[in-house]
Ligand binder design. Structure first.
Ligand code: SAH
Length: 502
């Protein structure tokens, strides 16, 4: 049997965006992933569906899987021919025992590679507004483990460290914080030396604590400091109040649940994350094109009998493209037909296929789309391609101006319910926000989570219809000023102070 290989990959310090491109590629092509506790769920989501996941997560002083056993797992899996990714927090070779895991591999001639990661020792201070070096303050950086073996004194050469005048960064130092500060003071460091701790750095839960060397232990106790945290001692800490960009992000720490179908959640989630939000994706609906779809087949075969093709969602566009491909056609089958899109998201989906929307209404909902089509004054029939629960507002508007149309159901919206327990826990936070980008996402959410009180949840809705559905289910509601993702994000940033205007 062929020998597999092991790729040691650094997952970065917490923010999933800090995984390297090479690390991402390795995970996406893994057959087995062996990972630690500090690796973020978004990174674990990159693991291919068929791959084996082995959690060997270690908590401090609690080693669920002993190191020897981890080494053995890596060896066994690689020897059985698998492509194994060993995923570790930060950089695998900095206090990560990566070296120990490589040794048995070399003995058995198992090929391996290393993909360095962004280490918490540098990234966490950076997210806390602390540059680890600065020409005005220091000329060296020292990264030290504060891990203390039970019953043994701390083995840190405090005197030479203090002498360097460099920035000192301690990892695994929460339990030994008092001893570390005491050791530095005894070695002659100025008690007023700026010092900081950054807890859960680079994540939405990041909490920086600023103090001085002499006050840090007490401040940390008062703030009930927890792991993982990084201790930074040095003049550079004084820059934090000026440089703390991450904690100043407008949605920092705000818990937001994104309920769009998985294939459409990405942009909204990543934009909210970039604004500091703690985002969880909960795709409680999925859209599935009808296949076969005899009605669509008939309509496309007679496409020249229609003057307009009308879409009320990007999913409708995807369903048509899927249909064309499945039936051995392409966009040329549509001929010179005119195209109407309910809003910019749908127009963008058309553009992906080289098609330009001829009409987008000024307000992005069914009623306005209908009115805009009436104003366009078509002389021929309209073909509407939408979901099985399409809103009647569009067809009512068309009926009013006596337009002739055919309304074809080309895809179905199904409710899904991945991991509801994790979502319930997430929603226990302080005033969580749930984004709803259609009335069906509201219904999907309510169905997935069953009976629960909704009034403590702030529903951020894309438009009036969605907001009406959310209100009917007892949510507190805010509504975007226009039905776009931009406006929805803007409205979330304004928060509730602007009232629950809809
Ligand atoms: N190899 C890792 C470090 C492993 S040791 C790296 O390069 O980052 C584990 C220690 O890293 C923790 O005890 C803590 O001190 C630090 N650490 C890791 N992630 C952290 C985070 N998000 N915030 C604060 N400290 C973190």
């Amino acid at each position: 049997m062929n020998i597999g290989q092991v790729i040691l990959v650094g997952a970065g310090p917490g923010d999933p965006g800090l995984l390297t491109l090479k690390g991402k590629q390795a995970i996406e092509s893994a057959e087995v992933v062996v990972y630690d506790r500090l690796v973020s769920p978004e990174i674990l989501d990159l693991i291919p569906e068929g791959a084996e996941r082995i959690n060997v997560g270690k908590a401090s002083s609690n080693h669920p899987v002993p190191q020897e056993q981890i080494n053995q797992i890596l060896l066994d899996k690689a020897l059985s021919g698998k492509r194994v990714v060993r995923l570790k927090g930060g950089d695998p070779l900095l206090f990560g025992r990566g070296g120990e895991e490589l040794q048995p591999l070399t003995q058995h001639k198992v090929p391996f590679q290393e993909v360095p990661g962004i280490t918490s020792a540098i990234a966490v201070p950076a997210y806390g507004g602390i540059p680890v070096t600065h020409r005005d303050f220091c000329s060296s950086l020292h990264i030290i483990t504060g891990h203390q073996q039970a019953g043994k004194p701390l083995d840190i050469p405090f005197a030479p460290l203090v002498k360097t005048g460099g920035t000192l960064v301690f990892l695994m130092g929460v339990s030994a914080l008092n001893n570390i500060c005491e050791g530095l003071l005894q070695a002659g460091m100025d008690p007023d030396m700026p010092a900081a701790v950054v807890e859960r750095g680079t994540t939405p839960a990041q909490r920086p604590i600023l103090a001085t060397l002499s006050t840090l232990p007490q401040t940390a106790r008062e703030e009930t400091l927890q792991s993982p945290s990084i201790i930074i001692v040095g003049k550079v800490c004084s820059l934090s109040p000026r440089f703390d960009w991450f904690d100043s992000l407008p949605l920092k720490g705000k818990q937001i649940l994104v309920t769009r179908p998985r294939e459409r959640a990405g942009t909204l989630s990543s934009r909210l994350r970039a604004l500091g939000a703690d985002v969880k994706e909960f795709p409680c609906i999925e859209t599935v094109p009808y296949t076969p779809c005899p009605e669509m087949d008939r309509a496309v075969s007679q496409i020249h009998t229609y003057q307009w093709l009308v879409f009320t969602s990007p999913a409708g566009v995807s369903a048509l493209m899927h249909f064309l491909e499945e039936t051995g056609r392409d966009v040329r089958a549509l001929g010179p037909i005119r195209l109407a899109a309910i809003g910019p998201g749908t127009a963008r989906e058309l553009k992906k296929h080289g098609l330009k929307a001829d009409l987008i209404p000024p307000v992005y909902d069914g009623a306005h789309l209908g009115e805009a089509l009436c104003e366009a004054g078509p002389t021929g029939r309209l073909l509407i391609l939408r979901a099985q629960w399409g809103s009647p507002a569009l067809t009512q508007a068309l009926d009013r101006c006596q337009l002739s149309y055919e309304d074809i159901r080309c895809y179905e919206t199904r409710y899904t319910c991945p991991n509801p327990e994790a979502v319930r826990t997430f929603l226990k936070g302080e005033r969580p926000v749930v984004t709803f980008t259609s009335a069906s996402t509201v219904r999907g959410f309510v169905k997935a989570l069953g009976e629960m009180e909704h009034s403590h949840i702030l529903a951020a809705c894309i438009g009036a219809q969605t907001a009406a559905e959310a209100k009917a289910h007892g949510f507190s509601v805010i509504t975007a000023r226009e039905a776009t993702i931009d406006a929805l994000i803007q409205r979330i940033m304004e928060g509730e102070e602007y009232g629950t205007r809809t």
